[in-house]
Design a protein around this ligand. Structure first.
Ligand code: PMP
Length: 401
């Protein structure tokens, strides 16, 4: 085990005072006190909104709100804060690209390539826009290593391909395809690339400039921040080509009954009063993350996952769907339904997720109706692994014929 100090890390998470073992961080991460304090401070002592009122509190708050945009830009090495659009999360960010970038451009017969490993958030918006425009969604199949098979990508790309939608890290297998390779191939035919960073951002924020990513999306709540806030990164020249999606206050410079003039990006995509507490909380999460020894924390969580996988593999019928090196452990027990197991685990105080993980095509490709998924974070402990293993032994004992 690395020298990472898990108990110091743990102490920062008030939710861990609750009984039970939390192994569902890939669904949403627990929040450190620093994030809770930032949102609480906004609601308890800030009497202001942003980008509207002239009084000092509102002006100061607007400055802090915009500073967080710079922080988010720095996290992924965007060229500037104007490339960061606040959204409700990854889902909204991808829908924004589908509706504001892709929809006005797609023609009947155009193609969008989507990997088979995608979360529904990076599939359904493309199916919707395909239906709206007459474009086609084509599948990039999963390979034997449970990663999208990039060797097949050149056979799918053509001058009809307008966009490739790919996840940085699967929320089931934890697998990370080679983004640089995929992006270079897609750009080779002039297609744009949408990278779903919802899981990847937690473990390795993408360097959008080094990788030449066109669009990148992530959610605050998986990155120790609040729910309801997320980011769409878009290259500035692409954001400039997009049409506003939602209309309302502050997304325009002038309005009359004859029409309106939209603001520049990112503001033209942020109609209405934004999620100020969410932005400030995400800013607190990013500042807090900078103070953590993340490589050691990551190595520690991976080691816990290795141990859990190794010990659970002693159970008859255990199958792992994990891509090695990830802190997500998707698994099942042959002959026992995942829902039955998760119910017994829940009764023993183990919080993890079972089902299709919003990735039904991936489940089909893996040949399963669903899996269990234990996702580890640096606030987990070797005792959590013990409790998971003990609870699994009990569950399998009860459920096996
Ligand atoms: N993509 C992936 C890979 C995810 O894991 C998730 C969250 N489960 C999403 C997209 C959607 O994120 P959100 O629900 O925060 O919009």
């Amino acid at each position: 085990m690395s020298s990472f100090n898990s108990s110091l890390f743990r102490r920062q998470f008030p939710a861990l005072a609750q009984p039970g073992v939390y192994l569902d961080s890939a669904a949403t991460a627990l929040k450190p006190q620093a994030v809770i304090a930032a949102t609480q401070q906004f609601y308890s002592s800030e009497a202001a909104t942003v980008h509207r009122s002239q009084h000092k509190a509102a002006q100061d708050l607007t400055v802090r709100f915009e500073q967080t945009r710079h922080q988010a830009a720095a996290l992924i090495n965007a060229a500037g804060a104007e490339e960061i659009v606040w959204t409700r999360g990854t889902t909204e960010a991808i829908n924004l690209v589908a509706q504001s970038y892709a929809r006005p451009r797609l023609q009947p017969g155009d193609e969008i390539i989507v990997s088979e490993a995608e979360h529904h958030a990076n599939l359904i918006p493309w199916l919707m826009v395909a239906e709206q425009t007459g474009a086609r969604v084509t599948k990039l199949p999963l390979g034997a290593d449970r990663l999208p098979d990039l060797a097949l990508l050149p056979t799918l790309l053509s001058d009809k391909t307008r966009l490739l939608a790919l996840g940085q890290m699967s929320n089931v297998t934890g697998g990370c395809p080679d983004l640089a390779q995929a992006i270079a191939l897609a750009h080779g035919v002039g297609a744009k690339v949408m990278i779903d960073g919802a899981q990847g951002i937690v473990h390795c924020p993408a360097d959008v400039r080094r990788l030449n990513i066109d669009f990148y999306a992530f959610s605050g709540h998986k990155l120790y921040g609040p729910t309801g806030i997320g980011v769409l990164y878009g290259k500035s020249e692409l954001l400039a080509q997009m049409v506003p999606w939602q209309g309302g206050g502050k997304m325009l410079t002038q309005a009359s009954f004859d029409g309106f003039t939209a603001q520049k990006p990112p503001y033209c995509f942020e109609a209405g009063t934004p999620n100020i507490a969410g932005v400030l909380g995400l800013g607190a999460a990013l500042s807090w993350l900078e103070e953590q020894n993340l490589p050691a924390a990551e190595a520690y969580a991976r080691q816990l996952t290795d141990d859990a996988e190794h010990r659970l593999a002693q159970l008859a019928g255990f199958r792992s769907f994990r891509c090695s090196g990830s802190s997500l452990l998707a698994f099942d027990i042959t002959g026992i339904h995942h829902s039955d197991i998760v119910t017994l685990l829940a009764e023993q105080g183990i919080a993890l997720r079972a089902g299709q993980h919003c990735a039904q095509p991936l489940m089909a490709a893996l040949g399963v109706s669903g899996t269990l998924r234990a996702s580890f974070a640096p606030y987990n402990t070797p005792e959590d692994v013990d409790r998971l293993v003990d609870a699994m032994v009990n569950a399998v004992d009860l459920l096996a014929d």
